[in-house]
Design a protein around this ligand. Structure first.
Ligand code: ADP
Ligand code: ZN
Ligand code: ZN
Length: 729
């Protein structure tokens, strides 16, 4: 007897056995098909992972699946293998991992749309009637005229023409239009040719293209503005030329429209884009295009690494060092690391690109596990910017800005260039204090101060989202001598407007760009090239190409200097190098001014005197000496509870259970309180597993997870495991 082994979306760390639906043979089924099955009193949609001859269940316990939902498997075998690997590696329930590889509509059991986009065509009834006979509503008439060319049009085209869905619904009710699928036209490749590549770019493209059809990991380390995108495009062209698909991962940011248009302009191919702004329906349609092979290029953020693609030939991870590739809740995985594994399973090359590669990737390149390609100069006529520190000590400050920085900004603007000012803290000020009694506005659910948002008249917690009215007087002593402490973008904006009133100031942070359109509008304005001041948080640091910016000012270079985390300096160097890299990307030379109260701090001096590359190699040595990643391995068990002591007790007991069977070479550290001990009302505890060998730490973490499952967590205590954690410890 054969059983179907299914992944179901439950938090249980196992697969579930079923008999095939009545009348069907298990051997007619293939991994990757969805089935509807009974589960307790409910029904669930599961994915077939394997057909097996063995089962732990007795015949009486085995139930029949209800129905098979797909005629063909949705993901290819390599993608299922990838999910199984990820579940095993990240010690996460298989069902939840596999679920993350599907759009939510498919998880609910919706039929896979046929290839093509959803769209509309005229019915035969509506064809041939004289103009104007059909409708007096101008929108309806417009829709009919558009469809009157006899072709089907996509819903997107109609929306772009200003025709809303309810117009189409009314036309459907009248029997004049019907929904249909619109096939995309077959791909003609290489629409336009790009820049003529320089020697370093060509060498990288050739080396990557040489490995098409087999697994190889490439680290493309190219300074900011060195033309890494041209290298990706060159490799993608070769990949598409072989009739294969390319997957491009980008960080979670407003980059999407820019990147998308750059790819669409280059190739006359279907490009599908996955980002957080899609509706469920759009996501499903794009997924179907990728899954059937119609989409030549898939671009997406983190979770797109699991997109089903039958002919995957190349994976690119742009800005591979970016923290957003790590999912920090639920299924905690690194999309970059999953991408490398996927390339291995699909036997294709993967390109990790960055100006500031993660120490993990650099380590692999140094040990020659990855091929290393370096672009050490900027493309075209651009040169790397010059860095200089402004010693802030004893200098008067206006909203955090010193006179030398303001003067340079004025000079730059009056030559017609743009200025970018970087301050990685949104809101008006990070704290509110009473001058008379010393009271500080703290969050009632977190160990954190509330941020002052003056424009909205609010205090906000940036950790749990709590908001309060901005008080007029001190709640403790009723004095009205409340004062803000520290500096946020809102306050800096006020100061800049006051000091440089004749120039436009554009603020870019997650408050000012709540809607997608807002950021697009700002980026559009910047691209006009008119002199202006761009002020913003790390949203500005990532990947943007601002040809008009020739001065970058880092308002608070000290903000990241005293991090207690072992990755602190790596992060600081990446962030500052990336921000600095926005300067002077076109013809004119760029300058970067860093404001600091600690101009002699070794980490700042390192920024000025050596390249990121050199500094990163030194940091890599330090990590090695301390057995920290990437040399050493880490896994973290967390426990979050409303009770202050329960999490500690749980992890202490887990530790005691673990000790007797702990593999040699693994140390347990903790339980220790997390750096922010209380967050959103939960007390958070860590138990860290650390060791020099991946396999030993792996064995220990798997053991810890099975022990944790068998121990009863007290009260509302929630535990989780984080393999290769990246959050500060
Ligand atoms: P990176 O991603 O490495 O920061 P980009 O790919 O955005 O850099 O390229 C920076 C700029 O240089 C872009 O405007 C791009 O069009 C231009 N560029 C890239 N390659 C070349 C080249 N070979 N010759 C001239 N300009 C180039
Ligand atoms: Zn007070
Ligand atoms: Zn809070």
């Amino acid at each position: 007897m054969s059983v179907l082994r299914l992944a179901l979306p439950t938090p249980l760390r196992r697969l579930f056995d079923y008999l095939p639906p009545e009348g069907l043979s298990a051997h007619s089924m293939r991994p990757g098909q969805r089935l509807r099955v009974p589960f307790g009193k409910r029904e669930m949609v599961g994915i077939l992972v394997e057909v097996s001859r063995e089962t732990q269940l007795s015949p009486a316990q085995l139930k029949h699946a209800i129905e098979v939902l797909d005629a063909e498997p949705l993901p290819n075998p390599a993608l299922i293998k990838l999910c199984l690997w990820a579940a095993d590696y990240y010690l996460h329930p298989t069902g939840e991992v596999i679920a993350s590889a599907f759009p939510s509509a498919l998880r609910r059991g919706t039929e896979l749309p046929e290839p093509g986009e959803s769209g509309w065509r005229l019915t035969s009834r509506a064809q041939g009637l004289p103009d104007g006979a059909l409708s007096r509503s101008p929108r309806q008439a417009q829709a009919i005229e558009l469809l009157g060319d006899g072709k089907a049009h996509t819903a997107r085209e109609l929306r772009d023409a200003g025709i809303k869905n309810d117009v189409m619904r009314r036309l459907t009710e009248r029997g004049w239009v019907v929904p249909c699928r619109v096939e995309s036209t077959p791909d003609a490749l290489a629409a336009t040719s790009g820049h003529e590549l320089n020697a370093a770019q060509s060498a990288a493209v050739m080396a990557i293209n040489d490995t098409l059809g087999e697994f190889h990991a490439h680290l493309l380390e190219g300074v900011t503005g060195s033309g890494k995108t041209e290298v990706y495009l060159g490799a993608i062209a070769a990949c598409l030329g072989r009739g294969q698909q390319a997957l491009v991962l980008i960080p979670e940011i407003g980059l999407t429209p820019q990147t998308l248009s750059r790819f669409e302009a280059r190739f006359k191919a279907t490009v599908c884009c996955f980002h957080s702004g899609l509706t469920d329906r759009q996501r499903l349609d794009s997924w179907a295009q990728a899954q059937c092979g119609a989409a030549a290029i898939v671009i997406g953020t983190r979770s797109a690494v699991f997109t089903a693609m039958p002919r995957l030939g190349l994976i690119v991870v742009d800005e591979e060092h970016d923290a957003s590739y790590k999912q920090q809740d639920g299924f905690r995985y690194s999309a970059r690391d999953v991408a490398v594994k996927r390339a291995q399973l699909e036997r294709c090359p993967v390109v990790l690109g960055s100006a500031t590669p993660s120490l993990e990737s650099l380590h692999n390149a140094v040990r020659q596990r990855y091929r290393h390609h370096r672009l050490e100069e900027r493309a075209g006529k651009a040169v790397l910017p010059e860095l200089q520190v402004i010693d802030l000590r004893r200098k008067p400050l206006y909203g955090g800005l010193s006179e030398p920085l303001l003067q340079r900004a004025r000079d730059t603007l009056s030559t017609g260039s743009q200025v970018l000012l970087f301050l990685n803290r949104r809101g008006y000020a990070p704290a509110l204090r009473c001058h008379d009694c010393g009271w500080i506005a703290n969050c009632s659910s977190c160990d954190a101060r509330l941020t002052v948002h003056r424009a909205r008249g609010q205090l906000r917690c940036h950790h749990c989202g709590a908001t309060e009215q901005l008080p007029r007087s001190c709640p403790d002593c009723h004095s009205d001598a409340l004062m803000t402490q520290g500096l946020g973008t809102e306050q800096a904006e006020d100061a800049i407007r006051a000091k440089l009133p004749e120039w436009r100031t554009l603020r870019v942070d997650s408050d000012s760009t709540r809607s997608r359109e807002a950021l697009d509008k700002i980026l559009h304005e910047v691209s006009s090239g008119e002199p202006c001041i761009l002020l913003g948080t790390q949203m500005l640091a990532k990947g943007h190409h601002f040809p008009g910016v020739s001065l970058v000012g880092i308002i608070d270079a000290d903000a990241m200097l005293f991090s207690g985390d072992f990755r602190g300096e790596e992060r600081m160097a990446q962030m500052l190098t990336q921000v600095a890299g926005r300067a002077g990307r076109a013809g004119q030379p760029g300058y970067v001014l860093l404001q600091s109260h600690h101009p002699d701090h070794p980490a700042l001096q390192a920024m000025l005197q050596t390249s990121y590359h050199r500094r990163a190699l030194d940091l890599l040595d330090e990590r090695g000496e301390r057995q920290l990643p990437p040399t050493g391995q880490l896994a973290l068990l967390r426990a979050d509870c409303s009770d202050a002591a329960a999490g500690e007790a749980f992890l202490t007991s887990l530790r005691a259970h673990l000790m007797p069977t702990l593999p040699a070479g693994v140390q347990l550290v903790g339980p220790l309180p997390a750096p922010m001990h209380r967050r959103a009302g939960k007390f958070r505890w860590h138990l860290l597993l650390q060791g020099g060998h991946r396999s030993a730490v792996r064995t220990a973490s798997a053991l810890a997870v099975s022990k944790a499952e068998s121990l009863r967590a007290p009260g509302d205590c929630k535990w989780s495991v984080d393999v290769d954690p990246t959050e500060p410890l």
